[in-house]
Design a protein around this ligand. Structure first.
Ligand code: C2G
Length: 138
């Protein structure tokens, strides 16, 4: 019997860039099937206090085009992760090390928790501020 190892990660993935792709590529290496819990526009606004440039549908479309991503589900709240681990039969939870330690509680659900080093020098915030400066220069 072939065991399908199932991996999950979560994020906003706005202005998709190579740091995101690098995370997804490494996350996929932990299994055979990668699910992304994509922060909804409402979750971004109400809980993460950030407004994505691209709305949920567009961010989902971009993620689904990435070879490493097998399924995209909505991330609507901070509290859905435990249920998600069981609902989607997750073996490994992966996220960038800016979250180091924050999701260790998932180990109690029998899930391996992995924090991966972030890709240096790139972030959605950096892109936005660089573009801001560029516009002022133009
Ligand atoms: N990331 C990375 N390197 C970067 C930028 C981002 O590895 N240069 C990773 C982040 O660590 C995260 C993923 O890419 O694992 C998505 O980044 P964000 O959209 O910024 O994720 P965040 O807003 O931190 O949402 O419940 C968890 C949250 O939804 C995580």
């Amino acid at each position: 019997m072939i065991l399908i190892k199932r991996v999950i990660t979560y994020g906003t993935f706005d202005l998709l860039h190579y740091g995101h792709v690098n995370l997804l590529k490494r996350a996929k290496q932990y299994g055979d099937y990668l699910i992304v819990g994509l922060s909804t526009d409402e979750f971004n606004a109400k809980q993460k206090h950030k407004k994505a440039y691209f709305n949920y549908e567009k961010r989902k479309e971009l993620l689904e085009a990435i070879r490493y991503v097998d399924q995209v589900i909505p991330e609507k709240s901070w509290d859905q992760k435990i249920d998600d681990m069981h609902k989607y039969k997750i073996d490994t939870f992966v996220i960038g090390d800016d979250w180091k330690g924050k999701f260790d509680f998932l180990k109690k659900e029998g899930v391996q928790v992995v924090y991966l080093p972030r890709t240096p020098e790139i972030s959605t915030t950096q892109i936005k501020s660089d573009l801001q400066i560029k516009q002022e220069d133009d």
